[in-house]
Design a protein around this ligand. Sequence first.
Ligand SMILES: [Zn+2]
Length: 375
Amino acid sequence: MRITSNFDSGNIEVVSLESSSDIQLNISKDNESDFYQWFHFKIESTAGEEHKFRILNAAQASYPQGWQDYKTMASYDRETWFRIDTDYQDGELIFNHIPEFDHVFYAYFVPYSYERHLDLIHKSQLSPDTQLITLGQTLDGRDMSLLQIGQEVEGKKKVWITARQHPGESMAQWYVEGLLQRLFDHDDAVSRLLMDEAVFYIVPNMNPDGSARGHLRTNAVGSNLNREWLEPSLDKSPEVYYVREKMLETGVDMFLDIHGDEAIPYNFVAGCEGIKSYDARHQALEEAFKAAYAAVTPEFQDVHGYDKDEPGTALPTVGASWVGEQFKCLSYTVEMPFKDHNDAPDAFYGWNDVRSAKFGADVLTAVLAVVKKLR
Ligand SMILES: [Zn+2]
């Protein structure tokens, strides 16, 4: 029996492998940080035998409430990921599994690899009116890549979308993949009309270093990028620094920042009601966007989510708040679950890569519903 995590976004530490009925594991912390919750590893063992896995340090993870009613994801072929029954007991995350094959992968959510990211952005540059722009380099020397889709013509709205500031929230990049696929589909009238009205600036992965390293929440040096937007630095948060510089150059008329939430079993958005400049116009835009999103898919709802910020109390270091204030524009954090979307639950797959991609494609209908009203 052997466990390895020596691959893209791998994360696990073996405590004891003495018996398949008591495999003891820990999740490693993000580098230079105390955050941890993302795990991703492979076991090579004997098919047909019962295996009991215990993640011993689950209770000290960043969001222990995320383990409540959570089901571990597993895959034999690294394409189809299914859920297995999981318990959170006495501070440990415990799952039993009788694998059908000798090699099995387990992960917190369907991984989205750096290689797939490279495929996505380079395939995208083949689409009409699309430019792949390198904004700079990360601390591990990876490219910070931006896709500009559409030509900058006077009067067109600037729609910015970023994903995966928190690298363990891999659903965010599946969302962007689905969104891009639809946006590039010339037979889709929503996309065609949108391209007449807007230029899209899309950063499919805001944190490629953290993603490849198997981090939950931070970049190579332990910075939580979604708290760096007020004063990013080239030493600590070049990812935000470069994207913010480009935003200041292009302007922003609408912003979506795509995330996953560990605890809440619903898709939802977090808005700008707490920023200083929030007003009736901004509120009306938010309401119109949410109504359109809810009308297009039951995967979106606006009942469950974060508590609303009191006026003036939004953290200005958060991406969506900084953008909303700086550009006085519609600006949302989109959150998807690690568990399931309880308005349309799926016991076998839960929330997954495919649903994230469809949800990302569907948002374009909601963007079209508001695009003419953005200014
Ligand atoms: Zn997040």
